[in-house]
Write a protein that binds this ligand. Sequence first.
Ligand code: V47
Ligand code: SF4
Length: 375
Amino acid sequence: MPALSAESEKKLRLIDEKLLEGRRITVDEGRFLYEEAPLEWLGERASRRRRALHGEEAYYNRNIHFEPTNICIYACKFCAFYRPPKAAADPSSGAWDYSFEDLRAKLDRYPAGSLTEIHITGGVHPDRGVEYGEALCAFIRNLRPEVHIKAFTAVEISYFAKKSGIPVAEALERLKAAGLGSLPGGGAEIFDPEVRKRIAGGKSPAHTWLEVHEIAHKAGLFSNATMLYGHVENFGHRLDHMLRLRDLQDRTGGFRAFIPLRYRNDANALSHLPEALPADDLRNYAVARLFLDNIPHLKAYWAMLGLELATEALDYGVDDLDGTVDDTTRIYSMAGGPAHPTASVKILEDAIRSKGRVPVERDSEYRTEPLKSLF
Ligand code: V47
Ligand code: SF4
């Protein structure tokens, strides 16, 4: 990056003053940070903010994923994971649809107390309404009452409600009663309507995603938020996305973590696009940490990024690496992420220590104290 002009140096100083006083930065200032701030400067400021929030602690959890099906009514261009409903009957198509007994076999591999969370996302299956979601949550709660169920993106929940002919609020209340603990952040992609149309076709629009999360927060469920970046969007679109999240968080306080997801370009309809470079990823984490001043946690999802780069991101505002995962997700491996994402507690703790930080196991709500007495 070329040396900064005197005017840019001045802008940077003013932003720094604002940050030091705990004042919010604007979209224009965020854009300036993306375009002109030196990466080292960003890392230092994002670390300062992270330290104020979490000290030297960096978090992980013991989780697995369950992806019930990859059959999906949508056909997002960035997605290497989905198969269209007509492929369901063709064994060579790579489509899958696991039964509850498959899930039982999976959970049986984990002794009591070895997991705190199951993360569930998958394709939007044409035949499934809220009854399916309720039955799945109830099945898990019955088998493993101690495991937090973080399940169903806003896109899946919106379809459950539509299919069952009920309002989203009722769908969420029913899922919560069946054992749902929180919502993962997926399905957000990029909120800008033009970009969303280009990469995610007919999928639920931004306002639906935001409404589902707002209703969930009001129902006492917390949630995460993702942002898919590094495809056809620009910095303005990223800031628009984060601004909408910041506004919603001001109203509800229900988001726990923000999870930027770098577009991976294997085996999907946008494969001609190059991927973002590691320096872009680090810049993005740092700007997110500074702009999204009201979402407490910033997660580098190592199963998408690789553990090395996720560890590097700890120096750019990140305080959470996600969990052990144990090779239970295929969304990223099918698109070019690590082929068999699995990490032991020791691997995650060593990664965190390698950055001079203190590893802390958390539960899904980022509580750390109860864990010490639970296990
Ligand atoms: O919304 C799909 C992304 C998301 C690709 O809440 C891709 O803790 C990159 O919900 N390249 C679903 N990303 C995953 C999700 C999630 C992941 C990690 C943590 C949490 C959490 C939630 O996966 C989708 C989409 O944005 N995705 N394909 C791809 N080619
Ligand atoms: Fe379906 Fe989700 Fe893939 Fe889009 S990202 S095609 S909604 S599985």
